[in-house]
Ligand binder design. Structure first.
Ligand code: GCU
Length: 592
């Protein structure tokens, strides 16, 4: 393709608004910003008719014969941020298109203006004043549009088409065990920056060091090349400056006497990145995470990962967690259980959750929604996987609490292309960030008598072996749990049991309690006691992570008495009631 044809294609894409959204700048909350949160007008569009009617143009009748079968005015309103399923009863299990609209006023300045979305599930098409800006796919990572040249003085109309329909080549694909919360589920910002601005940066300890900080800064804009960048960490009396190269990129390393971050001492430092035109402030912790001698080491000591799984759902509201208060409910309950880690199942949760976790001293397991049935044979899928990987790492790479990048959950080795795609994704992850542990979660272990054998080829390329096993629930015990043998053919790689447990309905004491089908608390608690006994035999066990902290919504859980649309594997009910198994885990973590 000649340069001329590439240019023509680019112009056409811009004109037709088919451009993809931009990769989001890091640390939006530190920027000069205006929130676009609040109540937005919506059109609920199950037949996707709005696409054909071009609702974003908001045409109004002019001639006597004109009419339009849509309108935002006098229609329903929805809260942003927030999933649409939990806001209107008719939307509980809705999977389709919901159009959102709001206006905002703008006063022209010499600044750049960005429209920044922290997350929209699953597809987003964004229009400003009737013109399409572009689209984004993926429900759990941020994206932005530079609207400097499109925004007008005075009132602007912003329309967002959201669609959460599951797709064969989506990430996740058709089948997943949680409620498919759709819509503008996370914060929306208008962000002002100087013409040349700090687009991206990394400030973390250099791999394997507790005494050297490595920092990269990427400027964007007409003055990026050759600009001076200053990096200050006031509490450490560190003031560095460096000149960005011809691409606006700057890299520096320097010694620093930091107090390492840890769950017991979650020390964070103010870090300021300055140019002649702006100062971007972040709070950043410094720690080293690595595996050695069959253990996970944090800073200078081995650590046992006392984890728990959480979905991004406030159990009390039954809505996607969208506010700091929602996030705090989940993380406080994890701390109450005695955890030092939360596994953010099965997708990147919102950024404020991860920032809160590191303030609370919780390690974070960040995960991509490459879940179970993935259509690896579609050439577009590995591209989407890598895009989401880049979006997740770019957003969270300065969060010291994040120690694990998990790139998949329970995919099937029999799926054509699965191993190749995930091995390549692992390499891409390590190239983007070599300072954290990389893993894949599998349930491909084999059971033969009282022996469990793990052979999944992905573990030749991962730092951690992470196994989901439900012995005592989906798989009956094959013998005495204390005698169960685990065979792992991966040297001394540390092992995590990333999911285990079973279901119970809080308060269920139906006799006989010793049957799975009773959904009794006693049966669930017994599963936990036997699991803990088995854990003693697992070589290089570096951590465990029960599934799951709270009962949570899942349309596939349909038992009319015990489930009613909830997965009941929670240690807590959706009302926060502690099941007997909660105490079993609390005691175990208290002794570890
Ligand atoms: C799987 C899966 C979870 C699911 C759980 C269950 O391991 O990873 O997402 O909810 O099992 O069956 O409850």
């Amino acid at each position: 393709m000649t340069a001329r044809s590439i240019f023509i294609l680019f112009v056409l894409l811009r004109l037709t608004g088919q451009a993809a959204a931009q990769t989001a700048m890091v640390n939006p909350v530190a920027r000069s910003k205006q929130s676009l949160n609040g109540t937005w007008q919506v059109i609920i569009d199950p037949n996707n008719t709005g696409e054909w009617l071009k609702v974003w143009q908001e045409r109004k009748p002019e001639k006597k014969t004109d009419f339009f079968e849509y309108g935002f005015d006098n229609g329903p309103m929805l809260r942003v941020p927030g999933d649409f399923n939990s806001q209107l009863p008719e939307l509980t299990y809705f999977e389709g298109t919901v159009w959102y609209k709001r206006t905002f006023n703008h006063t022209p300045t010499d600044k750049r203006l960005f429209l920044y979305f922290e997350g929209v599930n699953y597809l987003a098409d964004v229009y400003l004043n009737g013109v399409k800006l572009g689209s984004h796919e993926g429900g759990f990572t941020p994206f932005q549009f530079d609207i400097t040249s499109q925004v007008k003085a005075g009132e602007n109309a912003l329309v967002v088409k959201t669609n959460n329909q599951r797709q064969l080549s989506g990430l996740p694909s058709f089948g997943f065990d949680w409620l498919n919360f759709g819509g503008i589920t996370r914060n929306v910002w208008l962000i002002e920056t100087p013409a040349t601005y700090v687009d991206d940066y990394t400030v973390q300890l250099k791999k394997g060091s507790l005494k050297i900080i490595a920092a990269t800064v990427q400027l964007k804009g007409p003055q990026a090349a050759g600009s001076e960048v200053r990096l200050n960490i006031p509490e450490l009396r560190i003031r560095k400056k460096i000149t960005a190269d011809a691409n606006g990129y700057a890299y520096m390393e320097f010694p620093a006497q930091v107090q390492p971050w840890s769950p017991a001492a979650p020390k964070l430092y103010q870090v300021v990145l300055e140019t002649s035109a702006e100062a971007v402030t972040d709070t950043i912790g410094f720690r080293c995470i690595e595996t050695k001698a069959g253990q996970v080491w944090l800073n200078t000591h081995p650590i046992f990962l006392k984890g728990v799984n959480i979905h991004e759902e406030n159990p009390y509201t039954g809505a996607r967690a969208a506010t700091a208060a929602d996030d705090s409910v989940l993380l406080r309950a994890a701390k109450d259980l005695g955890c030092n880690l939360v596994r953010l199942a099965h997708y990147p949760h919102n950024e404020q959750t991860i920032r809160l976790a590191e303030r609370m001293g919780l390690l974070v397991w960040d995960e991509l929604p490459i879940y179970q049935h993935i259509n690896f044979s579609d050439a577009a899928v590995p591209v989407k996987m890598e895009t989401m990987l880049k979006e997740m790492i770019r957003r969270d790479k300065n969060r010291c609490g994040v120690v694990i990048w998990s790139l998949s959950n329970e995919t099937y080795p029999s799926t054509p292309g699965r191993n190749k795609a995930l091995i390549e994704l692992t390499a891409a992850c390590c190239a983007l960030d070599s300072t954290r542990l990389v893993t894949h979660v599998t349930n491909t272990q084999q059971y033969a008598g009282n022996v469990v054998t793990v052979t999944d080829t992905l573990y030749h390329f991962a730092d951690l072996i992470c196994v989901n096993e439900y012995i005592g629930w989906y798989v009956p015990w094959q013998g005495n749990p204390a005698d169960t043998k685990w065979r792992l053919a991966f040297g001394d790689k540390p092992v995590m049991i990333s999911e285990f447990g079973g279901e119970a309905l809080y308060g269920q004491r139906k006799e006989p309690e010793d049957m799975a089908a009773s959904w009794s608390e006693a049966y669930q608690a017994e599963i936990y006691r036997k699991q803990l006994a088995m854990f003693e035999n697992i070589p290089h066990l570096a951590g465990v992570c029960p599934w799951i902290l709270f009962d949570y919504k899942s349309p596939g859980r349909m038992h009319p008495v015990y489930q009613k649309g909830y997965n009941r594997k929670g240690l807590l009910s959706e009302k926060g009631e502690r099941k007997q198994a909660w105490q079993v885990m609390k005691n175990y973590y208290g002794k570890r």
